[in-house]
Ligand binder design. Sequence first.
Ligand SMILES: Cc1cc2nc3c(=O)[nH]c(=O)nc-3n(C[C@H](O)[C@H](O)[C@H](O)COP(=O)(O)O)c2cc1C
Length: 175
Amino acid sequence: MKNILILSASPRKKGNSDILCRQFMKGAQEAGHKTELISLYDKNTEFCHACYACFRTGRCVIKDDMEEILDKMQKADVIVVATPTYFYAMNGKLKTVIDRFLPRWQELGGHEVYLIITGHDGKAGLKLVDEELTKIFGGLGNEIKGRIWGERVWQKGEVERTKAMEEAYQAGLGA
Ligand SMILES: Cc1cc2nc3c(=O)[nH]c(=O)nc-3n(C[C@H](O)[C@H](O)[C@H](O)COP(=O)(O)O)c2cc1C
């Protein structure tokens, strides 16, 4: 049994990223894994102040929900990161959370990571998001085990008609 943490960056409940996260979760649960889905918009995560206090103390001066998120990431065997594409990039909520990795970036390696990327464009238009996230999570010392592309989806729920549904389910099952 693996401990699987799913971080979903979309503000839209029942949006395309959220739906794919739940498909992954369904597969993972059927495979007997323990899962937790965190919707990052439900969490209070301020911007990094770049004060570098964490370089001296190992802790962030900002008291919000980041410590809880980082604790859960550290304990997870598998981390699933899901984001909609906003202007060819990951969305701002996810980037804000990633910037706050700074105090503990050396503790965030050794996980299996899956990426879920959605957008109205085809894969070619979403690939910068993959490149960024692969660079960031790979650079932290994680293995990118899979990618699920929710391509050509815009309105909430459109992803339900695509092959990404089965791909997300299968990825969870095989995690
Ligand atoms: C601010 C904003 C910017 C967007 N920019 C892009 C983009 O550059 N490329 C793209 O393919 N889709 C873009 N989209 C569309 C979303 O990525 C798409 O609707 C996605 O399915 C949303 O995911 P969600 O349903 O999980 O919220 C944008 C949407 C918003 C709100």
